[in-house]
Design a protein around this ligand. Structure first.
Ligand code: HEC
Length: 216
């Protein structure tokens, strides 16, 4: 085993290079990241909702990273909003970029779907809204009650899904999660500085402005 030493040095070298390129350099490039003025920090309830988002695996099917028109024209056309920039994630730790898009990108879902009732119905049973939906239902975030008491948020359902003689009431988990979803809105205009940070080293389409088209 007289080659052990070169092997070890080689392995450590590769590891150090990877750490430098993938961890240290990106952190250094983004060291000056500031939160955009219009971006609000999450409230305590929204943070609890964010935990629900992670715990329930929403991340496995939903991304939070609309792409630029230089990468694809689809994201803006779908109304998912302008491409995200580093500052948009200032309050996200860890970020929830996601890699799968079985469902739509949710980075700006709060801007395009503002109804708490809609989200509650959809979480209780996505098929109540789209019969073709393959999103799982989350019935354990709701309880069935004979009597509605004060402060209860009752889920609106089509007759066919309404349990006989019972009311479907949202539990705290569902309410927190929806608060988080409603807070997802980065449709404000971003700065040229942020765009440069995002696109460093890549071509930007001339037509792409700081506002892009925004989520509809
Ligand atoms: C197995 C994949 C899958 C998982 C897991 C999943 N979704 Fe979905 N989601 C979808 C699909 C597919 C759609 C599109 C059809 C629909 O609206 O039901 C969707 C749609 C949505 C929409 C509507 C977005 C829009 O622009 O129309 C919201 C909001 C949403 N999901 C939230 C969630 C949340 C919150 C969770 C976690 C509790 C979650 N999803 C988990 C697949 C998934």
């Amino acid at each position: 085993m007289n080659r052990l030493l070169p092997l070890l040095i080689g392995a450590i070298g590769v590891l150090l290079l990877a750490t430098l390129m993938l961890v240290i350099l990106p952190a250094w490039q983004l060291r000056t990241s500031e939160p955009p003025e219009q971006l609000q920090p999450y409230t305590a309830q929204q943070l609890l909702g964010r935990d629900e988002y992670v715990a329930n695996g929403c991340l496995y099917c939903h991304s939070q990273q609309p792409r630029s028109t230089g990468q694809t024209l689809f994201d803006t056309a779908r109304g998912w909003g302008r491409a995200s920039t580093p500052g948009d994630y200032f309050y996200d730790s860890p970020h929830l970029l996601g890699t799968m898009r079985t469902g739509p990108d949710l980075f700006n879902v709060g801007a395009r779907m503002k109804s708490r009732d809609w989200h509650l119905t959809h979480l209780y049973q996505p098929r109540a809204i789209f019969d073709w939906s393959l999103m799982p239902s989350y019935p354990y975030m709701f309880e069935l009650k004979d009597q509605v008491s004060e402060g209860d948020v009752v889920v609106r359902l089509p007759e066919s899904l309404q349990p006989a003689g019972k009311h479907v009431v949202a539990r705290k988990e569902a309410l927190d999660l929806v608060e988080y979803l409603l807070a997802l809105d980065r449709t404000y205009a971003t700065s040229a500085q942020e765009l440069d940070k995002r696109d460093r080293g890549y071509d930007r389409r001339p037509a792409e402005a700081s506002t892009d088209s925004g989520a509809k």
